[in-house]
Design a protein around this ligand. Structure first.
Ligand SMILES: Cc1cc2nc3c(=O)[nH]c(=O)nc-3n(C[C@H](O)[C@H](O)[C@H](O)COP(=O)(O)OP(=O)(O)OC[C@H]3O[C@@H](n4cnc5c(N)ncnc54)[C@H](O)[C@@H]3O)c2cc1C
Length: 562
């Protein structure tokens, strides 16, 4: 479990134990460590292996929350979106978004009813409603604005621009949101930044909260038998859809989460990408649900479903969800072909929404809440549960919770995270010309080819400088089989410096090889061989790791390696 953990266990006490390293746990860890608190973050799987790896990959202001009258959430989300574009420009990019409109006036009555508390969402949003929505969205997105305002286009102009679009439209609207290209890496960077800020703090993946007894909490490594006991002043339950399970471990059974499942598919579809031209289409499926499709790292990402579901450990994209998404695309873009053979990867996750009796899952609030269990005679620490929240708003949410914890510990805030760059977003060159110059400069410095540096820059932002130094010193650096934008020297860096505990960590989260559907049998073998060399795995461990990756791909991601 490492020396730092041993030192922390020997100290016994610490300020805050955070259970769960999704975006909420990692975001809070980064904030608290920046304030000088002594924190332990434990994650039973890998960083960002839960819901935080399963979103639509949007950093968005929440246009659809206008319908439910959640204006505070839109104001917070648009602000956080704008801040992330500035603080993590290496992974968060502007995303022009087109809304097809199918009538002029539909939906106004239903929208007004929803606004005043009705539990049925509008099934169709006409031009008038969309126009009002986009104007409001511009209004809320004004703080730290970095992207253009919305525009609208006639039917004829829209069809000229996007000929495959259904001719049933009457107009289109275009506005700007953002996408996160490497959500799993961004979470890892939050953890790494936190560790750099607080040398006494510890973050451990593949370590589970196991037991709580008389103020002592036992965390256990899943790889071996190592266990440690700590006595935190505060416990934060950031276990997302596992929150109730973790509260039960803490001796406080709860029913805080009423999750819904959402699935996505990724398609190898060059014709669709040509039509999209870097835009997202944000559209209504036949049942009135909002779906989306956009280019994600060379694939077309389409989602999502919204179905009540409870078990985050077994959630997966089922065949009827795949069919629902394909059929929605067929109706939206009738001139293009959509079929299962184009799908290269699927994924699913559970939205950790607050428990609710709403009939339409789309109407359950996406806002967050932090229920607090005050200390008891047998439990000397309070438990703060981080319920709900969006990927987009993690920083603001972390700030809110950190302020509560600081107050409780009679400490004060030293640093605001509002303008704090994350990981490889630090000193990020601002213009295209500056980025080009940065890449050329590093190529000269290291002797690596410009193309290689450009790939590293795309993968890591300005942290590419550190990775490039490792690659330059790595004997016989070579492109990976079937994924030439990654190299052996780069994998060696990730394996040795990024807390890789399993082959899946490398294939699914430190790189985008799995999610882009590029894993092949020989690539998995090559990665496993390198991992064995870097991490000292024997032949049996290597075989187990390969088998685990194959099984995960097949069971949860619709990929069978031949
Ligand atoms: C389909 C879908 C689409 C979405 N799209 C978007 C989007 O486009 N934009 C957006 O802003 N938001 C989106 N969201 C919402 C967002 O992804 C989630 O709200 C957010 O990721 C929740 O993060 P979390 O940290 O609370 O939970 P998680 O990421 O699930 O993290 C909880 C962690 O706790 C760990 N854990 C559990 N039990 C233990 C234990 N005993 N010991 C140690 N660790 C434990 C788990 O392994 C897990 O990693 C979407 C969600 C879904 C499901």
């Amino acid at each position: 479990m490492g020396e730092r953990m041993a030192a922390m266990a020997a100290r016994g006490t610490l300020d805050v134990l955070i259970v769960g390293a999704g975006v909420n746990g990692a975001g809070l860890f980064r904030d608290l460590t920046a304030q000088g608190l002594d924190c332990l973050l434990v994650e039973k799987n890998d960083y960002a292996a839960g819901t935080s790896a399963a979103p639509s990959r949007l950093i968005h202001g929440g246009l659809k929350y206008l319908e439910t009258g959640e204006f505070r959430l839109v104001a917070q989300s648009t602000l956080e979106r704008n801040l992330l574009l500035a603080n993590a420009p290496h992974y968060v990019k502007p995303l022009p978004t087109l809304i097809p409109i199918f009538s002029w006036t539909k939906g106004v009555g239903a929208a007004l009813r929803t606004l005043f508390g009705s539990k049925s969402a509008p099934r169709s949003r006409g031009a008038l409603l969309v126009k009002i929505g986009l104007m409001l969205y511009d209004f809320y997105g004004a703080r730290h604005r970095v992207m253009p305002r919305h525009s609208t286009a006639s039917r004829a102009a829209s069809l000229r621009d996007l000929p495959a679009l259904t001719p049933d439209i009457v107009a289109t609207g275009t506005y700007y949101d953002a996408t996160v290209t490497h959500p799993e890496r961004l979470i890892f960077e939050l953890v790494r930044d936190g560790l750099a800020d607080s040398p006494r703090s510890v973050a451990l993946n593949h370590v589970r909260l196991e037991r709580a007894e008389d103020g002592a909490l036992t965390v256990k490594s899943l790889a071996g038998e190592a266990a440690a006991t700590v006595r935190p002043k505060i416990v934060v339950n950031a276990a997302g859809p596992w929150i109730d399970e973790v509260n039960a471990i803490l001796g406080e059974p709860s029913r805080m989460i009423g999750g819904t499942k959402g699935s996505h598919i990724l398609l190898d579809h060059p014709d669709l990408l040509k039509e999209l031209k870097g835009r997202m289409i944000y559209f209504e499926a036949d049942d009135g649900r909002i779906c989306l499709v956009f280019e994600y790292l060379g694939r077309a990402l389409a989602g999502s479903t919204d179905i009540k579901a409870a078990d985050p450990d077994t959630v997966r994209c089922e065949p009827d969800e795949v069919e629902y998404l394909l059929e929605s695309l067929r109706r939206l873009l009738p001139k293009l072909r959509f079929s299962r053979d184009q799908i290269v990867y699927v994924y699913s996750g559970i939205r950790p929404l607050p428990a609710s009796d709403a009939k339409d899952p789309g109407l359950i609030t996406r806002d967050h809440a932090t229920p607090i269990l005050e200390p008891t005679a047998s439990r000397p620490y309070p438990v703060y549960s981080l319920v709900g929240g969006k990927w987009t708003t993690f920083r603001g949410y972390a700030e809110e919770v950190a302020d509560m914890l600081l107050k409780r510990l009679s400490a004060s805030r030293r640093v605001s995270t509002r303008d704090l760059a994350i990981g490889g977003g630090r000193d990020y060159p601002k213009t295209e010309a500056a980025r080009q110059a940065w890449i050329s400069g590093l190529a000269q410095e290291t002797g690596l080819a410009e193309k290689r540096i450009a790939d590293l820059f795309a993968h890591y932002g300005t942290t590419a400088r550190i990775v490039a130094a490792h690659v330059a010193a790595f004997p016989a650096d070579a492109p990976l089989p079937d994924a030439a934008d990654y190299s052996t020297g780069e994998m060696d860096y990730l394996l040795r410096h990024e807390q890789v505990g399993s082959l899946a960590d490398l294939a699914f989260r430190r790189t985008t090889l799995a999610v882009t559907g590029r894993l092949t049998a020989r690539l998995v073998e090559a990665l496993a061989l390198q991992a064995s060399e870097a991490l000292g795995w024997d032949a049996a461990r290597r075989a187990d790791e390969i088998a685990a990756v194959r099984a995960r791909l097949k069971t949860y991601h619709g990929v069978e390696l031949t």
